[in-house]
Design a protein around this ligand. Structure first.
Ligand code: SF4
Length: 106
């Protein structure tokens, strides 16, 4: 079950990257600063990883990649998906609610 959840999370993160590109630089730097001060950070010869997420140590789970992806969050919730993604979600929620309220009026 954990692997399915991780695969789904990876798919969402990669698709957000393809759809919207990198997080804003200020958000990247904020995430990086938080991780560099975290005791769950693991710096190895092959990359920079999070011990909390328990992902395999491969390029897509390197934090230098994760800091760039919009639809990702820290497993300890120290940083969240980027604001633009949240605002897009909010817009979609509002559109759904508006559509539902119009359907109720008919
Ligand atoms: S992702 Fe979260 S738990 Fe992992 S190193 Fe960064 S701040 Fe720490």
């Amino acid at each position: 079950m954990l692997y399915l959840k991780k695969a789904w999370s990876l798919l969402r993160a990669v698709s957000s990257f393809v759809r919207w590109g990198d997080v804003p630089l200020v958000e990247h730097d904020r995430r990086q600063k938080i991780c560099l001060g975290c005791n769950r950070l693991d710096v190895t010869e092959t990359g920079v990883f999070c011990l909390e997420c328990r992902c395999p140590h491969w390029p897509l789970s390197d934090l230098r990649t994760k800091w760039r992806m919009r639809d990702l969050r820290c497993p300890l919730d120290k940083w969240q998906p980027s604001a633009r993604l949240l605002s897009v979600d909010r817009r979609e929620d509002m559109a759904r609610n508006l559509h539902a309220s119009r359907a109720d009026q008919l």
